[in-house]
Design a binder for this molecule. Sequence first.
Ligand SMILES: [Cu+2]
Length: 564
Amino acid sequence: MRLLPCFGVVFLLAFPLLAQAQPESGTASPQLITNALRGLNSKFNLVNDHYAVDINDRAFTLYRLEQGQRLLLRASVKGQASLATLNHYNERFAVTTRAVRHERAGVMLEVGVDASIGLSEAGLKKTISNFLRQVDSFENYLAKAAADGDNKKEPKIEPKVGTRPIRQQPPLQINPNSDDREFVVTFPTNDPQNWETAWKVIWDMESASKANEQGFKFGKGNAAKLFKIKQAYFKTNPKSPWVQVLDDAHPSEFYVPYYFKGTRFYDLKSVGGYTTLSAKEGGAISQTLGKSRLVMAELRDTGVAYKHGSITRRSEELTLWANFGAANYTYMVEYGFRDDGGIVFRHSPTGYNYYAHFDASHMHGSFWRVGMKLGPEGNNTKNTVHVVSLPRSPKEQGDGGRILIEDVTKESFHDWSPEAFTRIRVTNSDYSVVPAAKDRPALPISYDLITYPQGIARHRRFKDENFSLHDFWITRHDCPEKMYVNLGNHFFTPNGQPNPRLADLNQENVVLWHSSAGLHVPRAEDGIVAGNSTANGQATVYWTVFELRPRNMFLRTPIYRSLP
Ligand SMILES: [Cu+2]
């Protein structure tokens, strides 16, 4: 943008009441800011919500936030840097500033200023001068890091994970030619000769470049962007066929809007990638998978499956997990393959807060693609979709335990209703395990997508956030749109009307797009009291969860057991 020398009239127009306004204590007024900038011989211009400033050919942006209670200074710098390099800078050198990387804006240095404790014009001038000196030294640091060749690799430091019991490997039957990407696990795991249920899982970890070949728009590079379950198949007993459930499921975006003007991150698309794991980070029965060690397989006891007197058993889950690193933040991603045929999808934020500030609330949204292909080999291409809900009024409910089942025949979006316990059902009407009886027809197999929201995250500040306006989006399996954040372009016309060309589902395979979100309200436990740095501490995990639950896949309770 072009920077203009400033004349007072610009600011009288922008803030017509300014001349009469008394400076509020505990805030940085526009007058204070313009006086400070003029005192530094800067060129500056007010653009929407921020000042574009140039001092001695160094450009930066000054944001006035929360009516001037806080300021944010942000400067783009020359050069590229790995996350490891930026983290190293933040740990060793950045006291008040923070280095961040954004795909489009590149590497930036930022500093937040808390004006609520009092900020004078002289104080702001000094802050800006210090910041510019730090930008210079940051650029020197990046140039040296690049020259030393340490700008590409993550540090190889074995994590300190505390005391663990002796680690065993989970009982996976791994396809030897698959780089651990294809395996079978049978349940119960303590009786492998007499197993009853089994999962066959084929997963992958795909780079940005590989994803781009499929229609994603991630920018170039080898960062691992898509942690995919390519296919997952379940057996309800040793004689049953493999029944496919998933066909390409993965988190498509981690979207993190802060409730400040304009601060938001598309962390998956723009910022980071999945990180290498150490075997030490796994639980008692675990192992890393593949040469790249980006995925952990872990067998977990998940509590009591059922209990009545001595009739009970503990349930098990084979969990695949990975960790997506996005500068200061990271995300845990888990797929839990349950012994009863369920699949649990979990996402959790953890890491160092972007701002060491109690007021920096933000949403951690995880946006998933769940490709469904339900049925045994040769009979898994015909699926139907339904929205299942509990009627709200006693009259609608009637005396018969009535549940509303709405057929979904076209690409469409649907919202979760707390009173309706809304769930999305995918059915293979050509395949039944439960036979017809006198009082009912055969019951086809289904999977229900059931979600466990902490709240519903709607974002309405920017036009490109319309992918957050609904809870479930249903498309054909061959929908040309690959990215969750672009679903709005598929479902709406440019002026926001429903797209008249949404396709019929034609009883083919579908993709369920669903998001889950956690609101992060910073607390002292997030390591922000003494500043957010690796020396001080970080936010612990909090999970957002949904599951696929089988329906009419078994003729009885899965793996039924009573105590001896
Ligand atoms: Cu957070």
